[in-house]
Ligand binder design. Structure first.
Ligand SMILES: [Zn+2]
Length: 194
């Protein structure tokens, strides 16, 4: 369970990252933290990359249908145009942002803002995804969430792609992936080669 750090005196910002494979509940965890901040009457702004058009344009929707309004933006620099009273910034699908995102998060934290970013840590090849490694390195708090392996029931850390082809992620096509543990993921890739 993630506990909010508390601080004394001057307001201090920080960066939290929620990462994991597909179906691991990253967005649910992001929404949970943001809703709790809202209950505490903190001014919250939420962003996502514009290319995410899975559901409607403005909300981040998780599988349990709890949702929050998110502003779709073309690039990470747009995140710096915040209202003065914003104290919490949420970022969904962080892995799809441009390389500037870590520096933008640093600047926001420097301004005293709590930044909470959620994203895929690895792509379907098991490789670190886009800006995520850099974001994880500079974050004060990192939470790795897990799904359940559809084959063996162990904790799943990998997004196994059922479809053939080599584009990194097919957005809006979640049915083409399944969560797998390390062993079942490797097994699937071996079977694919033979
Ligand atoms: Zn497994």
């Amino acid at each position: 369970m993630f506990l909010e750090p508390h601080f004394k005196g001057q307001r201090s910002g920080w960066i939290e990252v929620i990462c994991g494979c597909m179906f691991s509940g990253k967005t649910e965890e992001l929404i949970r933290r943001l809703k709790r901040a809202k209950i505490a009457a903190l001014k919250v702004e939420v962003f996502k990359p514009r290319l995410d058009t899975r559901y409607d344009e403005t909300s981040i929707v998780s599988h349990d249908t709890s949702s929050l309004l998110a502003i779709p933006v073309e690039d990470s620099s747009k995140l710096l145009r915040l209202g003065d009273d914003t104290t919490v910034v949420g970022i969904d699908e962080a892995q799809f942002f441009d390389d500037g995102l870590p520096e933008v998060c640093q600047q926001l934290a420097q301004r005293g803002i709590r930044v909470i970013a959620a994203g895929l840590d690895m792509d379907y090849r098991g490789m670190p995804f886009g800006v995520m490694p850099n974001l994880l390195a500079i974050a004060e708090y990192v939470t790795k969430v897990h799904a359940i392996c559809v084959h063996c029931g162990n904790l799943a850390t990998h997004s196994y792609r059922l479809a053939e082809g080599d584009s990194v992620v097919l957005l809006g096509e979640k049915e083409q992936y399944e969560p797998r543990c390390r062993s079942c993921y490797a097994q699937g890739n071996i079977l694919r080669l033979v």
